[in-house]
Design a protein around this ligand. Structure first.
Ligand SMILES: Cc1ncc(COP(=O)(O)O)c(C=O)c1O
Length: 439
């Protein structure tokens, strides 16, 4: 009773607050009609290029406080109102109707259209790490088999492989990222031996955000009969890609970073050719169509030859609905427009940082095809102790959120630029850096 009253009051306040121009504000005080009008304004601009597009109006569809400059989308995307609203409505509907959220393949279908996969090749997970675990433990590897990773892995990209090395004796090899796509490919090629069974690399590493030449990597892998596994935490929502064109066997991604879906939503692509040979260790509802505990012996039907087998058991239906809405939102704004915008902001940032000359070390390649929407660099020649972590902390105390990359001893700053960021925010960030490190 108490819970019911609370929810209906919340809904009322969400729907009935006064009119006026909506500044980014809390979800509870957002006016639904204004939001809808702004949403329609934004989507009606579908013919304009990224420079003419009204990114400022689009920003008002995000509850992110106006005094916050969020340049850390690489860790977690911020959720826009339409997605929050879809999640809230879905939770309320379940509470009001007591209808169980049965698994449908809506989300898989829309994602499949975006990344060029069949819906049957896509499983829904809770994050990238889960997808990578399914891949790693599902491969038929024996002691001494080699798997190649980069030196720039995220903990979620490498821990499963390192643990499998401990348990099963597989051997992990690494290679350095190059300053160009060709150099990266050459470094990888040099790490391949007769024992290499899999290559498991990020499409875009979390450290310095360069775009790896995954198509060339997968072509190389195929030519040597090596399995290709891509950690795709970042590309969805940032750059356009097609898994068939890349030619990978496995690709683990998420909705909660650049696609701006709800936190705790991920996906896993397994090419149809690899599906049957991939082992699976966690199964339940949706993994097999039949079982019978009263036959003698008790029995079950075959494990499904499709990736829905990974979406086993009761799942958070409202989050799947939110992820679907995020993809619709992404498509309405326009994938090519978004890609142009986020890259434009990153290039602007990189160029401004390069003006500091030897005072900084630029880590993200300047090569256009290797640059996405994240820039990694280190501060040099500053009088400050530990200037990289120092600047990230200083920025945070000024309501500007960046990422310090401590992993693997890299000690660099990473700045992410999404479409909701503005050119002014980039300028403010560079100016803050100037006064902090070299003032
Ligand atoms: C490259 C990369 N791989 C894997 C992960 C882990 O993703 P998740 O937190 O969705 O499991 C991240 C998270 O930042 C990442 O950047």
């Amino acid at each position: 009773m108490h819970v019911q009253i609370h929810i209906s009051m919340k809904r009322k306040s969400f729907l009935s607050l006064g009119t006026g121009i909506l500044a980014a504000s809390s979800f509870k005080s957002a006016n639904a009609k204004i939001l809808d009008a702004q949403y329609n304004d934004v989507v009606s601009m579908s013919n304009s290029g990224y420079q003419e597009f009204d990114w400022k109006t689009l920003r008002t569809l995000f509850p992110l406080n106006n005094d916050r400059i969020f340049l850390n989308n690489g860790t977690m995307g911020i959720t826009p109102y339409p997605v929050l609203k879809a999640v809230q409505n879905s939770f309320e509907k379940i509470a009001e109707t007591a209808e169980y959220p049965h698994h449908s393949d809506n989300l898989e279908k829309i994602l499949g259209e975006i990344i060029g996969a069949d819906a049957k090749e896509i499983g829904i997970t809770k994050n990238v790490s889960e997808g990578i675990n399914h891949i790693c433990w599902g491969l038929d590897l024996k002691r001494g088999d080699e798997v190649i990773l980069t030196e720039h892995e995220h903990v979620g990209g490498c821990l499963a492989w390192l643990y499998r090395a401990k348990i099963d004796g597989i051997v992990i090899k690494t290679f350095a990222l190059g300053k160009t796509a060709d150099e990266t490919l050459n470094n990888l090629n040099a790490a391949i031996t007769k024992k290499t069974k899999a290559i498991a690399v990020p499409h875009i590493p979390c450290t310095i955000g360069q775009i790896l030449p995954v198509k060339e990597i997968c072509t190389l892998a195929k030519s040597k009969n090596i399995i290709s596994c891509i950690d795709g935490a970042h590309p969805l929502g940032m750059i356009q890609f097609n898994v068939k064109d890349i030619g990978c066997d496995y690709y683990a991604g998420c909705f909660h970073k650049w696609a701006l879906g709800p936190i705790g939503t991920g996906w896993l692509y397994i090419s149809q050719q690899r599906m049957q040979e991939t082992k699976i260790f966690h199964v339940a509802a949706y993994s097999a169509n039949e079982f019978n505990m009263r036959s003698n012996p008790p029995s079950m039907g075959p494990i499904l030859d499709q990736a829905s087998r990974y979406s086993y058991g009761t799942f958070c239906g409202p989050l799947h609905i939110g992820a679907t809405k995020a993809l619709e939102f992404y498509q309405k704004i326009g994938p090519s427009r978004i890609e142009a915008r986020v890259k434009f902001l990153a290039e602007k940032l990189q160029n401004s940082l390069l003006e500091f000359g030897d005072k900084i070390e630029m880590l993200t390649p300047t090569e256009e095809k290797s640059r996405g929407a994240q820039i990694g660099f280190r501060i040099k020649q500053s009088k400050k102790d530990n200037p990289n972590i120092g600047f990230v902390n200083h920025a945070r105390s000024n309501q500007m959120i960046l990422r310090h990359v401590a992993e693997n001893g890299l000690d660099n700053i990473r700045i992410s630029t999404h479409y909701y960021n503005s050119e002014e925010e980039i300028e403010q960030c560079v100016s803050l850096l100037k006064t902090y490190a070299f003032g």
